[in-house]
Design a protein around this ligand. Structure first.
Ligand code: SAM
Length: 292
């Protein structure tokens, strides 16, 4: 398969502009509620895919080790500046389509607001299942094309794409919305068993966010999230999955994303693949496993 294009956040001030200045306290708060409901109390090693500047990372504090993975080096620099260099954080610049980890080295993973940038989402889900141990939890958030607003706009003739059909829609270059059925199909094909669905951001409407107190919107959203088990009509959906089969958790090691050789040692220094000779830099606390 040719390398899919990447929505590169290199140099972006996304965290500051979108979250801190973008009036998104409501979205952040209701995502935190969904995550709290789905996350296990604790665990050994969690992989955060598309971690960005680490907005959600503090929510994973029950885990002994957290690996933040993002294609953008500068997003990881921002995350490291916010979270610090504690022994329980590992920062890895790499491609979600080609993960640089040996099999079964994590017992949990999350992918929040990231699959919506992936043209080949199914490929990334297959990659996630390979680096998880059997019975691991995987929490996926996706942007839902089958949402009420899109349905109304389509039925009123104000939108040309059909929210009822399974294929993904690219509404802006490298920004995709997915149908829940399609996402569940991909998850099952990757070996996951879907255990819980929560619908999130029921009130993502500027007028409501400006005029209804945050506490009320949060409370209403929290109550409605459970309806995700019955239908999914919100712009954002969280899915909790268990990897049905797989080997027990293995000692942590990297894998060469260029030739597939594993294990590569997890030393805090440049790492050379003994099979293909490729050198992966470790600089300022960040591993760089991007293969150009
Ligand atoms: C919208 S941000 C979400 C950040 C964070 N999860 C959050 O919710 O605040 C999406 C992130 O996905 C990363 N990303 C996009 N494509 C990627 C890929 N192929 N591999 C790894 N990261 C990718 C981007 O660099 C960006 O930091």
């Amino acid at each position: 398969m040719p390398k899919p294009p990447i929505c590169d956040y290199e140099g972006s001030n996304y965290q500051q502009v979108f979250w801190e200045e973008g009036e998104r306290a409501y979205e952040d708060a209701v995502e935190a509620i969904a995550l709290r409901r789905m996350l296990p109390k604790g665990g050994n090693r969690l992989l955060e895919l598309g971690a960005g500047a680490g907005r959600n990372t503090p929510r994973y504090r029950g885990f002994e080790e957290i690996t933040l993975l993002d294609y953008s080096h500068t997003q990881l620099e921002q995350a490291r500046a916010r979270l610090g260099d504690g022994a329980h954080f590992r920062y890895v610049a790499a491609d979600a389509y080609n993960l640089p980890f040996a099999p079964a080295v994590f017992d949990a993973a999350t992918m929040i607001r990231t699959i919506h940038h992936l043209k080949e989402g199914e490929v990334a889900l297959q990659q996630v299942s390979q680096v998880l141990a059997g019975q691991s939890v995987f929490i996926l958030e996706f942007a839902n094309k089958h949402n009420l607003k899109a349905m109304l706009r389509y039925l009123l003739g104000k939108q040309n794409w059909n929210p009822f059909t399974p294929e993904q829609v690219e509404f802006v270059e490298l920004n995709f919305n997915f149908h829940p059925r399609q996402i569940r199909r991909w998850l099952r094909a990757a070996g996951f068993s879907v255990r819980q669905q929560l619908t999130v951001s029921h009130f993502r409407v500027g007028f409501l966010k400006r005029h209804v107190p945050l506490g009320i919107l949060k409370g209403l959203d929290a109550a409605l999230q459970w309806t995700g088990a019955l239908w999914q009509l919100t712009p954002s959906v969280f899915v909790k999955n268990i990897l049905a089969q797989g080997t027990p958790l293995q000692e942590f090691a990297f894998k060469c994303p260029a030739c597939g050789h594993a294990p590569l040692p997890a030393v805090k220094a440049d790492i050379t693949c003994p099979q293909c000779g490729k050198v992966y830099k470790y600089q300022d606390g960040i591993y760089d496993f991007r293969v150009k």
